[in-house]
Design a protein around this ligand. Structure first.
Ligand SMILES: [Zn+2]
Length: 622
């Protein structure tokens, strides 16, 4: 609860980013678009950073001196003051944590950055250990005392925070045990996570192109899977498989270690199943997740139906795995970054000028890092920092339509995180399940605007296909990835350390039901679980994307029905951040996620989009 890690709301690592031209200027089309972390600190050597760490630690020690052993005896007003004090002492270290994380993401290759990240993590653990007693004493209180306290108006502002801390009650350990786990995580779980990032960021892939071999980083290589040339896509897929195979032993060891680390943690903390801890963190029950996964699986046929259409559009008999991201004829060329910015801001302004204003600040005040650089972390994310400051956005902009969507996506997070700052440090961040609300919504706004302005049926079809592929990546692919994780965690627990071939088999088994006979997955595709960061950084993250996308489709339907009246309620939902449980917050906009039929609503919309694409394809004579 307290001193939680900053939220990195990353885009699903599902479809790689694409690029258009092979001859691209250094830095890509967003060259020079770098963030300015000066609002946090002047640099890694800024003495203010060390001072902040010291301030938090002193605050934690003073807090312990004042409250240790007394939590059960506090009045409601005193308890409210204690939580305020806890939040205040957490603020400086949150700033340092955000900075070290962002600095590392911007260039993972500099040893100084890795060292600072590690240093802040270690100091953070010291602080967390000093105040750990608060959580333990609070969850140890009996139900009647807690119920009486939470009734008091003095605690109304902190009710959700305190109540949600109690949900960990069956899973917390004794204080010495908790302290031990916290400190050893820095050389255990967190160290393996970082090793994964460093290996991936440093990896070079050898691509055979036009009779010569070039070396590419992960992002640049994945972009080649979006090329119109089939031999090039095939070569890129082979280069990816070969590169992953080369590092498979180390990456596989990292994965195996983390699977076992989780098994140990789950046993110690009495979590009955591998995803149970994630469900609890997400404030959602296993039955709702199971309803979501089941509803999606029952519509896997949509994926196969779409890829059969795509094969036709590409003039292929069947698709190979490296054809999945092939551009549909009619897709527009590369867009300069300024155009992407214009498209996103205009789409946001159509919906709510306030959203465009907040998103605009990210460009004006340089809170965004979009250029391609060696050593920079792949993918994209928006990171909330502290409520006194603002979020930062990172992406790797290569200029294609998907990158425009990524910009819309991350700025959606940015707007959400900005609006939720009013909730303060402890309640600004939502659980993962609702973290994707504004990001996916922002993408849909951009998609609809582009579609509205486009007259050429071929381009319209390409737009529609792009949206569908994206939605499938966010919904169905995430469901398959969740099934893969379930099987991998279960297999590690029953079979011991997993041979890589076994993990490959589990990965293929999880992916096949989604594609049916529409895409031929090669043997090499079996290795492609190796580069997905979510499996390493945050087990069972993936279903939250499916949750988020289908939730957003339901929100859009509300918007279509209610028009402008919906907008302020939507903004209130964003402003609420993590101040209540997702079901409670969503009820205020008229959505009932407890209803098992809820998920079908969004899936039906996807089916309509597939039918529309089929219709357009027929009309344009393909
Ligand atoms: Zn996201």
């Amino acid at each position: 609860m307290a001193a939680s890690l900053p939220r990195y709301a990353a885009r699903p690592m599902t479809q790689p980013n694409a690029t258009q031209a092979a001859a691209e200027p250094e830095g890509g089309p967003a060259v020079g678009v770098r963030w300015n972390l000066g609002d946090l600190y002047a640099g890694p050597e800024d003495p203010a950073l060390e001072a902040d760490l010291a301030r938090s630690l002193e605050g934690a020690q003073a807090f312990a001196a004042a409250y240790r052993g007394r939590i059960g005896a506090l009045s409601a007003a005193e308890l409210a003051a204690a939580v305020d004090a806890l939040e205040a002492l957490d603020e400086p270290v949150a700033r340092a944590r955000a900075y070290s994380g962002l600095l590392f993401a911007a260039d993972t290759s500099l040893p100084r950055h890795g060292a600072l990240l590690q240093h802040v993590q270690e100091r953070g653990s010291e602080i967390r250990n000093t105040i750990l007693f608060f959580e333990l004493e609070w969850v140890a209180l009996d139900e009647a005392t807690v119920a009486r306290l939470l009734e008091e108006p003095a605690l109304s502002r902190r009710r959700h925070f305190l109540e949600s801390a109690r949900r960990w009650r069956p899973h917390v350990l004794s204080e010495p045990e908790e302290r031990l786990l916290e400190e050893t995580a820095n050389t255990g779980r967190r160290a393996f996570s970082r090793l994964f990032d460093e290996i991936m960021a440093g990896m070079r892939f050898r691509l055979e192109m036009d009779g010569r071999t070039i070396e590419l980083g992960e992002e640049e290589l994945l972009a080649k899977l979006h090329e119109p040339s089939r031999p090039l896509r095939k070569a890129a897929a082979e280069a990816l498989s070969a590169g992953l195979r080369e590092h498979a032993r180390t990456l596989g060891f990292v994965f195996n270690t983390l699977l076992q680390d989780k098994a140990v943690q789950d046993r110690l903390r009495r979590f009955a199943t591998p995803p149970a801890e994630r469900h609890l963190a997400n404030e959602i029950d296993a039955a709702s997740v199971s309803a979501l996964l089941g509803a999606c699986e029952r519509r896997f046929e949509l994926v196969a139906r779409y890829y059969r259409l795509k094969a036709k559009l590409l003039g292929l008999e069947t698709l190979a795995d490296y054809d999945r991201y092939a551009p549909i004829p009619g897709e527009a060329g590369a867009r300069p970054f300024v155009e992407a910015k214009r498209i996103v801001l205009e789409a946001y302004a159509d919906f709510a000028p306030e959203m465009a204003r907040i998103a605009g600040e990210f460009f004006e005040r340089r809170w965004i890092d979009a250029e391609l650089r060696p050593g920079k972390r792949g993918g994209a994310f928006s990171a909330s920092t502290t409520p006194k400051l603002h979020p930062y956005v990172l992406l790797n902009y290569t200029g294609n339509l998907r990158d425009v969507m990524t910009l819309a996506h991350e700025l959606g997070h940015g707007v959400h995180q900005s609006l939720a700052r009013v909730q303060g440090l402890f309640e600004q961040d939502t659980p993962l399940t609702t973290a994707e609300t504004a990001s996916v919504f922002g993408e849909m706004l951009v998609f609809r605007r582009l579609l509205r302005d486009e007259r050429d049926p071929k381009v319209r079809l390409a737009l529609l296909c792009g949206k569908l592929e994206d939605a499938f990546a966010t919904v169905f692919r995430q469901v398959a990835m969740t099934r893969f994780e379930e099987s991998a965690h279960a297999a590690r627990r029953s079979e011991g350390e997993l041979p890589l071939a076994r993990v490959n088999e589990l990965w293929l088994d999880a992916n096949r039901p989604m594609f049916g006979d529409s895409v031929q997955l090669g043997v090499d595709y079996g290795w492609w679980w190796l580069y997905i960061p979510h499996f390493v950084h945050s087990p069972f993250y993936c279903y939250a994307y499916a949750f988020g996308e289908l939730l957003v489709l339901a929100l859009l339907r509300r918007y279509d029905e209610e028009g402008q009246a919906f907008v302020p309620r939507y903004l209130d939902l964003l402003r609420a951040g993590g101040s209540d449980t997702p079901p409670a917050l969503l009820r205020k906009v008229g959505l009932d996620i407890g209803d098992p039929a809820f998920w079908d609503g969004g899936l039906v919309l996807l089916e309509e989009l597939v039918a529309e694409a089929e219709g357009l394809a027929l009309a344009s004579g393909t």
